[in-house]
Design a protein around this ligand. Structure first.
Ligand code: ZN
Length: 150
């Protein structure tokens, strides 16, 4: 049970209990739905952009603790950042949750995102953790669409 305890460590529990930026945004520039049919995670992501900068970001919807906490921490991590900064974070985060980051050793600067390292022990949960990021990527690519992990 050690790995499972790690997976649901305090940051994840906290963000699941009280997700940050968890609201429907009025007048959003971008609005994209993300869906993970394997788990049933289903969120809508809202963005306000200032040129290339993510000026505001929020999400609504329902899903498991991992996906909700991941979306919450993601909004904190990318708010005020440029699209290319967000892309770099996503690449690092994806490496982290698929277990590749230890090998590449590029995990500095992930901050609270590092709380999701335990996800790499549970391949079925990787899609839960990355769903918000795939949805963000679609939103930044100006796609008004429904993103599915399948
Ligand atoms: Zn899930």
């Amino acid at each position: 049970m050690e790995a499972l305890r790690e997976l649901y460590q305090e940051v994840i529990l906290d963000h699941n209990r009280s997700p940050r930026n968890f609201r429907v945004m009025e007048g959003a520039d971008r609005k994209v739905e993300g869906y993970n049919p394997l788990c049933g995670d289903h969120y809508t992501l809202f963005l306000k952009l200032d040129g290339d900068i993510i000026r505001d970001i929020s999400f609504s919807g329902t899903g498991c603790a991992i996906s909700k906490a991941s979306a919450s921490v993601m909004t904190l991590s990318v708010k005020g950042k440029s699209k290319s900064d967000a892309d770099v974070l996503f690449r690092q985060f994806r490496e982290l949750v698929t277990g590749g980051l230890e090998r590449s050793g590029s995990g500095n600067g992930l901050g609270k995102l590092a709380a999701f390292s335990g996800v790499s022990e549970f391949p079925a949960r990787v899609k839960c953790a990355t769903l918000p990021w795939h949805t963000l990527q679609a939103a930044l690519e100006s796609r008004e669409a429904v993103v599915s992990t399948e």
